[in-house]
Design a protein around this ligand. Structure first.
Ligand SMILES: [Zn+2]
Length: 127
């Protein structure tokens, strides 16, 4: 059974440190049963979902751009768009998956970098 990666745990912990009152309703690292039936980085503990809660400091319109500064990111899905860090020239492209990711952003980390638990870009923001 895979374990949540240090990188993903740190990402959510840093967001909570910055915004202690943020909603975590759509947060997650490990895949639920529906994820386990398909290919997902969540099944390996290599992806995190961050709840969009602008009233309490986590505005994913901003965080989805900020997260691209992090060297561990593989790809991001937010608000019906996807950004693949290996193809920065393509920028944000339309994402037409069934779940539009309008209430949380999905971030996959590179498997080789999953154990790096250093701070995420939002750790240096001031609350
Ligand atoms: Zn996800």
């Amino acid at each position: 059974m895979a374990q949540p990666s240090a990188a993903c745990k740190r990402a959510l912990a840093d967001a909570t440190a910055l915004c202690p009152n943020r909603s975590r309703v759509a947060d997650g690292i490990m895949g639920d049963t529906s994820h386990q039936n398909r290919k997902s980085d969540h099944n390996d503990g290599n992806a995190f979902d961050l709840t969009h809660d602008p009233d309490n400091g986590v505005d994913c319109h901003f965080f989805a751009k900020l997260v691209l500064l992090d060297f561990r990111v593989s790809y991001v899905i937010w608000n019906r768009k996807i950004y693949n860090a290996e193809m920065p020239d393509k920028g944000w492209r339309p994402y037409d998956g069934k779940n539009g990711h309008t209430h949380h952003m999905h971030v996959s980390v590179k498997a080789a970098l999953r154990d790096i638990g250093s701070p995420w870009p939002w750790a240096s923001l001031e609350s």
